[in-house]
Design a protein around this ligand. Structure first.
Ligand code: HEM
Length: 398
């Protein structure tokens, strides 16, 4: 899936004419595509009838087979997003407290300081930069490393690994061509975090790594594999998604100058504006669920064992729910949007993501005298977490 225009044209077509569409594609095992808001929300929250575990995201069949051979599951990993009850609830509980709004609010000063650091960096770069490569990709990465308690030197490794992991379909971001390259990425991620966990057991600190290293589940220490998987999901889910929201958000503001000035002049809008930008970008394109029982939906029968893909960008532009869905409207009700999913897997990091956007744009917008595109934005070819690869801009900052 590449640029946003063709993606939304396809979603509009499906939502209108075939909201429960059977997809048979040469590269992927068959699945049903859901594109209406009510269906995505409803199926996404029926966590016992539509499971996450057997098939969590769309992965090319050849890669699924390689994962099955090495790990015994076609997901490869077993992180929060791959789990179902009862394990999912127990594992989520380990960090639930840490991600609550009141805990996240404690990070505000740090996120504000990093926002300033990155806007200063833009200023130091003069009057042109690649907003995606120079800013949007690196700011959330720095924050996630900081909350995990990893040093700045880890930045390069983490950036490469998350891009290789999520840039699945993009030749520029892939590691080589072979199906086994994906396995290498997973193994490298795991090995890196295993070292950090060992260190935090010996030297506890005030960071998420320490929470994970010393966590107990059912009265037993969390096992190494679960710890490494937790790291992987936090580091990866918290990085590319937020980068995509900041990059796509800046593009949206350039295209909606009235909303840019509205946000700049109204700090009271910070939270709803951040969440509208996240609706607009919907960086997580889909999650897959597997039916445990036959279900009829809009005249189609989804059989037990069938897979359904929940397309969040499609749901978030459903005109039945959002008036003028293709207009960025920073005063919309921020609670309606579905970019963070719905149900028991709803994004654990949503308050952190919103805080990052709020702080970053609150720092940038009042200082930004002018900005325009200095080249065509380019999109990553990705079916899971999508966003911009590059967006050259010209600007004046104070
Ligand atoms: C889960 C989106 C940022 C951590 C999810 C899910 C979505 C999502 C759609 C639900 C998966 C499902 O229903 O199966 C986003 C978007 C973000 C974002 C759009 C940014 C704009 C973050 C951040 C973090 C994070 C900053 C943490 C540091 C997680 C975790 C889960 C998750 C750990 C798994 C929760 C579970 O399965 O119980 N996210 N996310 N996310 N997200 Fe986010």
């Amino acid at each position: 899936m590449g640029d946003e225009r063709s993606m939304y044209a396809l979603f509009d077509y499906l939502r209108n004419s075939d909201p429960v569409a059977r997809v048979e594609h040469p590269e992927y095992r068959p699945f049903w595509a859901l594109t209406r808001y009510d269906d995505v929300r409803s199926i996404g929250s029926q966590n016992d009838s539509f499971l996450s575990a057997p098939r969590t995201v769309l992965i090319p069949s050849a890669f699924e087979e390689a994962l099955l051979a090495q790990f015994g599951t076609s997901n490869g990993l077993e992180t929060l997003i791959h789990m179902d009850r009862p394990k999912h609830l127990k594992m989520r509980k380990v960090t639930r407290e840490w991600f609550l709004p009141r805990s996240i609010e404690k990070l505000r000063l740090e996120v504000e300081a990093l926002s300033k650091e990155f806007v200063d960096r833009m200023q130091e770069m003069g009057d042109e930069c690649d907003f995606v490569k120079d800013i949007a990709l690196l700011f959330p990465l720095r924050i996630i490393l900081s909350i995990l308690g990893l040093p700045r030197e880890a930045e390069e490794t983490m950036l490469r690994l998350t891009q290789e992991m999520f840039g699945g379909q993009d030749p520029e971001l892939q590691r080589g061509d072979s199906e086994t390259a994906g396995l290498e990425v997973l193994n490298e991620f795991g090995a890196y975090f295993a070292e950090v966990i060992e260190d935090r057991k010996r030297n506890p600190r005030d960071d998420l790594a320490t929470v994970l290293a010393n966590a107990e589940v059912d009265g037993e220490p969390m096992n190494m594999l679960d710890q490494a998987s937790y790291f992987i999901i936090t580091a990866s889910a918290g990085h590319d998604t937020t980068s995509a929201a900041i990059g796509g958000g800046m593009k949206a503001l350039l295209e909606h100058p009235d909303q840019w000035t509205l946000w700049r002049d109204n700090p009271a809008l910070d939270d709803s504006a951040a969440r509208e930008v996240i609706r607009w970008v919907s960086p997580v394109r889909h999650m897959v669920r597997t039916a445990t029982e036959d279900t009829e939906l809009h005249g189609k029968v989804i059989r037990a064992g069938d897979h359904v893909a929940l397309w969040y960008p499609a749901a978030n532009r459903d005109p039945e729910v959002f008036e003028q869905p293709n207009r960025l409207d920073l005063q919309r009700d921020p609670k309606t949007q579905l970019a963070f999913g719905y149900g028991s897997h709803m994004c654990l990091g949503q308050h952190l993501a919103a805080l990052e956007l709020r702080c970053f744009f609150r720092e940038l917008l009042p200082r930004l005298q002018q900005m325009e595109f200095a080249g065509d934005p380019e999109w990553i070819k990705a079916i899971f977490v999508g966003g911009l690869r590059s967006m050259p801009v010209r600007y004046r900052l104070s």
